[in-house]
Design a binder for this molecule. Structure first.
Ligand code: M6R
Length: 359
């Protein structure tokens, strides 16, 4: 039931702070330590490489997961689009461990990979929102996202839940290996800050709607740019805009833009820069300047620490590992309000189904 909300998507965006709190309750002890099945951790620890598999938004959550696992556990981690992996399998390491990301647990492309993984006898884990879903039943282990039903076709709270759960898992695994970064990562405190930060963002809807109206309503195309983790959020942000508001959008590694794609920038083309990583903030800003010099209309999503006067949307500061959990929220809302103000069916965009059960 969507209650007083005009669309499920908005309700689901608003639920995200509570999903973060729920995941803390489900997977962290009173002292803030991860509570994860030891057998699962042993199997992951025994692996020499993690392979994350997903489609669409779940693939994008995997891109964030790769950075989390590599930083907190030092375990090499690859992320693959399931429909590609199924038919062009890369050379696997000696002891692979597979992590399937799927909100529905029913995506045929991902299931195809799991069938192959099972017949090769490899261990796997599914992170899903749906108990007893196909991917959950067929994987060795399951961790539930506890996000509550996600009805809107555009995935929102499943993305943030997947990332938060990957962070908890990475912390747990890193601690098994006495990794200092994992030991120092106060996941409980950080998820608390994330929940508060998300709440502040969803309380700023009026401002975000204004940006959507000014920048996205009449444009045929738009860009999201960033580096590293911010790039991965650019991909997800662009997908949201394409999917529900039919604006042709591209998420781009900001340094790569000048190697060709900048030719697409015209007077008024919206370019959203995501700036949450200290190491690359200055570089992304100068890439934004390059587009501005060619007439682009610049919008920024930056963390407070890295913000500059005149920035459009400023996020509260949190640990840099987790900034996707905040930076994606304004992008979800920008897509939502563009779709809404165009008079489109936000929850049921054309040509799409909630779960894609054909390959
Ligand atoms: O249920 P899944 O997470 O496996 O679904 C994967 C994609 O079909 C899904 O994330 C899709 O990209 C969303 N509609 C994007 O908002």
């Amino acid at each position: 039931d969507k209650g007083t909300y005009p669309f499920y998507m908005l309700k689901e965006v608003d639920e995200q702070p509570n999903v973060m709190r729920k995941l803390s309750q489900e997977y962290l002890s009173e002292t803030g330590e991860p509570v994860i099945d030891q057998k699962l951790l042993d199997d992951m620890q025994a692996a020499d490489r993690l392979y994350i598999i997903g489609a669409g938004t779940s693939y994008h959550a995997g891109l964030v997961g790769k950075r989390l696992f590599e930083s907190l556990t030092q375990k090499p981690t690859e992320v693959h689009i399931s429909s590609e992996f199924a038919y062009e399998q890369p050379i696997l390491s000696k002891k692979p461990f597979f992590i399937f990301l799927s909100q529905s647990g029913e995506t045929a492309d991902s299931r195809e990979v799991l069938v192959n993984v099972n017949s090769a006898g490899y261990k796997s884990l599914t992170l899903t929102n749906v108990q007893n879903s196909t991917l959950s039943r067929e994987a060795t282990y399951t961790l539930l996202l506890h996000a509550g039903p996600e009805i809107a076709v555009a995935s929102t709270k499943a993305y943030t839940a997947q990332i938060a759960l990957e962070a908890i898992l990475a912390k747990a695994l890193g601690e098994c290996d006495n990794q200092i970064v994992a030991q120092n990562f106060d996941i409980r405190q950080q998820l608390g800050l994330v929940a508060t930060g998300m709440q502040a963002l969803v309380d700023e809807k009026g401002m975000i709607e204004k940006v959507a109206k000014e920048s996205f309503m009449n444009t045929p195309n738009a860009f999201y740019i960033g580096r590293g983790l911010d790039w991965t959020v650019s991909l997800e942000s662009a997908l949201k805009l394409k999917e529900i508001s039919y604006v042709q959008a591209e998420g781009f590694a900001s340094g790569e833009l000048k190697h060709g794609t900048i030719a697409l920038i015209e007077e008024g083309t919206p370019v959203v820069g995501i700036i949450t990583q200290e190491r690359t903030a200055g570089l992304t800003r100068s890439n934004l300047q390059e587009t501005m010099a060619r007439g682009a209309k610049i919008i920024t999503i930056s963390t407070e620490k890295l913000s500059k006067p005149g920035d459009t949307i400023v996020l509260p500061d949190i640990d840099e590992h987790l900034t996707p959990l905040l930076s994606v929220v304004p992008a979800q809302l920008l897509a939502y309000y563009t779709s809404l103000n165009k008079g489109l069916d936000v929850d049921r965009p054309r040509n799409l189904a909630k779960s894609v059960t054909v390959e």
